[in-house]
Design a protein around this ligand. Structure first.
Ligand code: UTP
Length: 253
């Protein structure tokens, strides 16, 4: 089954990058000439995604403005004639990238809680999750690599990378056994492992493709690390029961 829908959770408080993110959403911080979230939407589109739900929160409406038309700005650029034509087209194209809708996560209760807000958008099909603050650049879009693995193996897929032994405690740790090439079988996982609890240095970094069953699991998953509803805790149930596929993706994060 082709994956057509994606969600981008972008409702977090961004406390790790304060004070830059006091008023400016982390996802809108620019990288060269574009906000981070535009790279993420472009990656989704290049991966065959047609419908995107961005999960936002108070103070994040400028994300909606960024992907909207701006008639006053367009009129001004149009009046600038040939010299502004390229810029005008670029500004209009941003609004046409994909069919983007928005929902608010009213309280920041974790990534799992953010994903749960997408239940009615997703319906009964597998869907991609692209973390709103993880930009991954590569010739073969990361989400496309994960979608191909889903189509081939018919199981939930997580994008994984090895991190250093000092860093693993800030991420998740995967119980991973090698299958073929850059593909691994994931049979267990833990969020923010304490020293000695790590399964491996493989961690989920920023992308996954999940079956719709994840919502029913999230609804009964207890709040975990940091008193947040952890997506990892819900994915763990699938990993233990039927296994997940880990793709050691190519691309620079
Ligand atoms: P992070 O944990 O990296 O983002 O979540 P954060 O909560 O903003 O981080 P701190 O405060 O610096 O520790 C990964 C993605 O999930 C979103 C974030 O916006 C980010 O894009 N997220 C996180 C939500 O949408 N809702 C939440 O409750 C938590």
């Amino acid at each position: 089954m082709k994956i057509k829908r994606a969600i981008i959770p972008a409702a977090g408080l961004g406390t790790r990058v304060l004070p830059a993110t006091k008023a400016m959403p982390k996802e809108m911080l620019p990288i060269v000439d574009k906000p981070a979230i535009q790279y993420i939407v472009e990656e989704a589109v290049k991966s065959g995604i047609t419908d995107i739900l961005i999960i936002i929160s108070r103070g994040k409406s400028i994300i909606e403005d960024h992907f909207d038309r701006l008639p006053e700005l367009e009129a001004k650029l149009e009046a600038g004639g040939e010299s502004k034509k390229e810029l005008l087209n670029e500004v209009i194209e941003i609004a046409k990238l994909a069919n983007i809708t928005y929902i608010r996560q009213q309280e920041q209760k974790g990534l799992g809680h953010a994903v749960l807000q997408a239940k009615s958008f997703v319906g009964n099909e597998p869907f991609a999750v692209l973390y709103g603050d993880d930009v991954i650049i590569g010739d073969d879009p990361c989400t496309a690599q994960l979608c191909r693995a889903y189509e081939k193996h018919g199981k939930g897929v997580v994008g994984i990378k090895e991190v250093s032994s000092e860093q693993i405690h800030r991420y998740s740790s995967m119980k991973a056994s090698h299958m073929d090439g850059n593909i691994y079988k994931i049979s267990d996982m833990i969020e923010k492992p304490a020293t000695g609890q790590e399964f491996s240095l493989f961690s989920i970094l920023g992308r996954c493709v999940l079956p719709p069953e994840i919502f029913e699991i999230l609804e009964r998953t207890p709040y975990g690390f940091g008193n947040e509803l952890q997506l990892t805790d819900a994915m763990r149930e699938i990993a233990i029961k039927e296994g997940l596929v880990g793709v050691d993706f190519t691309g620079k994060r």
